[in-house]
Design a binder for this molecule. Structure first.
Ligand code: PRP
Ligand code: ZN
Length: 299
C-alpha cells in the first residue's frame, strides 16, 4: 500500500535557465504531468512523484529540511547556500547525480582597462556579487582582503555605476561580460545542474522509487549522448574510420555493390559526434554520413 506521504517530492526551478531543462528531463524519463496553469505544485500521473516549483535559491533549503526529497539545482546555488548555512546543512543533503546541463562558472571579472596580474591584484578592490559566501571563501583561501559588495542582480553593471571595481558572477557564453566591457580573470567555481537528495530519513517505499527514478534519468542521459551513425565508405578506410570514432561499438558492416570494395557502416556511438569528426570521416573517404539520435537505450 502506498500513501500520499510515500510520494517523492522533487523541487525544481520555477523560472530561469534550468527550469525548462529540468522539466524536460522528467518528461523524457516517461513521467506525465497534469499541470494546472500557474500551479506551483503538481502531481505526476504515472509515477509516485510530485513536483514543486521554487526559486532556485530556495531549493537547497527545502531539500536540507526534508520538505522535498529531491531537487534539481545549480551546483553554484547549492554551494553558496551550504557555505551560508554551515556544516550541519552540508550533512543533510547530498549530490546524487551531475546532470550535465546548465554548465557555467562563477568567475571574477574586471573592466577591460584595469591591469590584472594574478589574484593579488584584487587586494582592496570592491567586488560586486550575488555569491558573497563563495567569493568570501575564495578570497580567504588566497589570503586576499577585498570588499564584497552584495548585489542581487545585474551585477555586471556595478563597475560602470562605480559601485564596484570588479565583479564575481556567473559566466556561460561570456556575452554578458563582453557587452559590459569586462574580462574574466579568475574562475572560482565550475558549475552545472545537479540532482540533490535529502539525507533525512525516508520510507523504504520512497527510496525504492527514488532508485527507479534515478535509473530512468541515467537512461535518458545515456541516450542523449549516444548516437546512431551510418555511412558508406571504401573498405580500405575502415581502420581509419574506427580510429576517428573511439566511442563506437563494434559496427555492422554490409557490402555495397558487387566489387567488395565498398561497405556501409552502421554503429552506435557512445560519444557525441561533432561536425569536425564528420568532416574528418569525409576526408577519410566516407560519404552519406548520417548521425541519428537514439530515443531510449538499455544496455
Ligand atoms: C547569469 C549571470 C550573467 C549571465 C551570464 O544571469 O548573472 O548575467 O547569466 O551568461 P552569459 O555568459 O551567457 O552571458 P541569468 O541569466 O542566470 O539571470 P540572473 O542574473 O537574473 O540570475
Ligand atoms: Zn538566480
Amino acid at each position: 500500500m502506498s500513501t500520499d506521504s510515500d510520494r517523492i517530492r522533487i523541487a525544481i526551478q520555477k523560472s530561469g535557465r534550468l527550469s525548462e531543462k529540468s522539466m524536460g528531463l522528467l518528461d523524457d524519463s516517461g513521467l506525465n504531468f497534469e499541470r494546472p496553469k500557474d500551479s506551483l505544485f503538481f502531481r505526476c500521473e504515472n509515477f509516485p512523484l510530485d513536483v514543486m516549483l521554487l526559486r532556485d535559491d530556495d531549493i537547497p533549503e527545502y531539500v536540507i529540511d526534508g520538505v522535498c526529497d529531491l531537487g534539481i539545482v545549480g551546483f553554484n546555488v547549492l554551494e553558496e547556500r551550504l557555505l551560508l548555512r554551515g556544516e550541519k546543512a552540508r550533512q543533510s543533503i547530498e549530490v546524487v547525480k551531475r546532470l550535465g546541463f546548465g554548465r557555467c562558472r562563477l568567475a571574477i571579472a574586471v573592466p577591460n582597462d584595469r591591469n590584472y596580474d594574478g589574484a593579488a591584484s584584487l587586494k582592496n578592490l570592491r567586488i560586486a556579487t550575488s555569491y558573497p559566501a563563495t567569493l568570501k571563501a575564495f578570497l580567504e583561501d588566497r589570503k586576499i582582503s577585498a570588499v564584497i559588495v552584495e548585489i542581487s542582480g545585474s551585477v555586471e553593471v556595478a563597475p560602470t555605476l562605480k559601485i564596484a571595481d570588479a565583479i564575481c558572477d556567473l559566466v556561460s557564453t561570456g556575452t554578458t561580460l563582453r557587452s559590459n566591457g569586462l574580462r574574466e580573470v579568475e574562475t572560482i567555481l565550475e558549475s552545472e545542474s545537479v540532482l540533490v537528495q535529502t539525507r533525512r530519513e525516508i520510507s523504504k517505499q520512497k527510496s525504492e522509487d527514488i532508485a527507479r527514478l534515478l535509473q530512468r534519468i541515467e537512461g535518458v542521459m545515456k541516450a542523449r549522448q549516444t548516437k546512431y551513425i551510418m555511412m558508406n565508405a571504401p573498405r580500405a578506410a575502415l581502420d581509419q574510420i574506427r580510429s576517428l570514432l573511439p566511442g563506437m561499438e563494434e559496427p555492422s558492416i554490409m557490402p555495397l555493390g558487387s566489387d567488395g570494395n565498398h561497405i556501409a557502416i552502421h554503429a552506435v556511438s557512445h560519444e557525441n559526434i561533432f561536425w569536425e569528426t564528420m568532416e574528418k570521416l569525409k576526408m577519410a573517404g566516407a560519404s552519406s554520413i548520417l548521425v541519428l539520435p537514439i530515443e531510449k537505450i538499455i544496455l
